[in-house]
Ligand binder design. Sequence first.
Ligand code: GLN
Ligand code: ZN
Length: 753
Amino acid sequence: MLATCLGHPRIGVARELKKALEGHWSKKLSSAELEAVASQLRRRHWLAMKEAGLDHIPSNDFSLYDHMLDAAVSFGIVPARYRGIRDPLARYFAMARGLQDREAGLDVPALEMTKWFDTNYHYIVPELEPGQVFTLDASKILAEVDEARLLGVEPRPVLVGPVTFLMLAKMESGIALEQLDALLPLYDELFAKLVAKGISWVQLDEPCLVLDLDDAQKSAYARAFERLGACTSRPRVLVATYFGALGDNLGLAARSGLDALHVDLVRAPEQLDDVLARIPSAMALSVGVVDGRNVWRTDLDAAERLVERAVRALGEARVLVAPSCSLLHVPVDLDVERKLDGEVRTWLAFAKQKLAEIRALAGTADTSLRLETRKALEGRRSSPRTRRTHVRSRALAVSPAMFQRASHFPERARKQQQRFQLPLFPTTTIGSFPQTGDVRAARAAWRAGRVTADEYQAFLEAETRRCIERQEAVGLDVLVHGEFERNDMVEYFGEQLEGFAFTENGWVQSYGSRCVKPPVLFGDVSRPRPMTVAWSRYAQSLTTRPMKGMLTGPVTILQWSFVRDDQPRSETCLQLALALRDEVADLEAAGIGMIQVDEPAIREGLPLRRRDWPAYLGWAVEAFKLATSGVADETQVHTHMCYSEFGDMLEAIANMDADVLSIESSRSNMELLHDFARFRYPNAIGPGVYDIHSPRVPTADEMADRLEGAAGVLRAGQLWTNPDCGLKTRGWSEVESALRHMVEAAHRARISL
Ligand code: GLN
Ligand code: ZN
């Protein structure tokens, strides 16, 4: 059996790539110096995989920014607006992140970026032009082969497959996938070059095979595979699928005529029997049994049972052992964690530890690892921290009444209006105000022990007070405290809840140089004490206007953490919801009349297959309702969501039954509101009237137009006025002017009505 890997994390254990990229972008590091760091990283990762004893080691899995962008460049897909940039590296980064160079008279925006399947990794969307011509530039792919060989590593280059590439690309003037026949010859050409170099295997990533495909997409797959399979001069090809089951697309892969198929047996172990029954005798099978999406130590005994089933059916020679997907989505090395909770640590495996697990599963029985694993897993199963009696009995005692507000929305709205007396188009913000350098420096100083807790507290109080004064001066109707005490909207809550652990270096690439460090949700969740009440109470004491309490919702906390895999996500989400329900109750008891529970990540949690949507939306909505339904009619529940593609889930959003919903909409604009109107969305809604992702200060006119436009589509009495999202990444002066204009816009809209 061969031990293999589909891809190594790129960013570096100390985020070396991030630092080098940002140094280069700020002109402190030359291209050569950046390339030297990149080369060091590739070298380190290849040697790590070699030392781990892997048989197939990936190359071209590394990228300076993103592998989809690399693929686009290798196919000559460079939109006209970038072609004037002579230097290839500068052009590459211009496509990735835009380029503003006054002297050179250049101002080009970046290519679009979007989420890679259901991960938190974002890829650059290749943009095809009318009459797109494809030309092969294999230099990066070939150079990495040479580079690996210098280290004595015989690499298996990773290529994005043609159908996945085109399905994820966009084309203004048509359907990108229709360019398939023009693109396929480049794969022939590339294969010939790799054969000439003596490459015996390539990995062709086709994760779109786990999606619901329409007929055109299915026939594209059939055509692509037929052509690649028939190619006379090619390396052996492993078709890699991951993030789900092949399901009804299994036949497409099985009939491909290619040499090996990789399947994800972590997300979809149930597909193994089907795959074994239908895989043709000429194909090898790569079994993804080590989780590439999560940080838990693999149950080697259970994984081995899967591997053995494959071996019994196919024989050892036809089985490869692999992670479920590229290890891009997990941190690099557990060994560098110094402060991690000692018990939790034994339950975890990052990329380096996962490589050892793969090696162990592929044969050469490392009995010490097996014994250690059994002990650790037994510890995890029986630990009182993973199973807390009081949390479990409470979850079992949840009753249907706990998911419903006392009255329906119209009745609640009436009582709330009596209480708050708000004007039409009430103005508010989404929660955070600028996290300036001062705020971050104060937090760092407090964490490092350079200032006392009291000093830090006094600093935060002063910031909060100033923030409230500024909101009053601007004339907002409903205020927020500004979230200065929060580092991150998930970490802040995770740190105060039981059941979470935190890493120092558990970074995962989100896009380009950006990384996230998700908390590890390892055990039963409970709330030992109130988390936000003191801040909200303090903030409310400073003003007579309503102050919104501000919480992160259960689905978002779940979505942005590494979540325990020993029970369904729905159960974990319910525990989070119960903890938040207590917080909501405490806020209400403290006199906070409006409580916002943010769910920006509810859309991204949608499963890849439509069939699985109702189940997900069912428990996600229930979790929100459980968290928020315990309050009196007079208490106004708000929620906020980002990412505008809500068209498919309006019913679920309506079922959440928040009194007020604020949504990101300034970019996708009125389309979204038409969707809400068509659906007759009943409750109050604040479509973002300006884009906070840009430093530009919008005029009162344009925001008034937006509001009036919205009032033409929805009921005026239903609308709120707010920005798109939180303001924490912006500067104070632009925020103040933008909000002044926004308040002015609301005034105008009130008058014109
Ligand atoms: N309340 C949060 C903020 O204002 C919401 C952030 C988000 O939507 N991602 O920052
Ligand atoms: Zn948002």
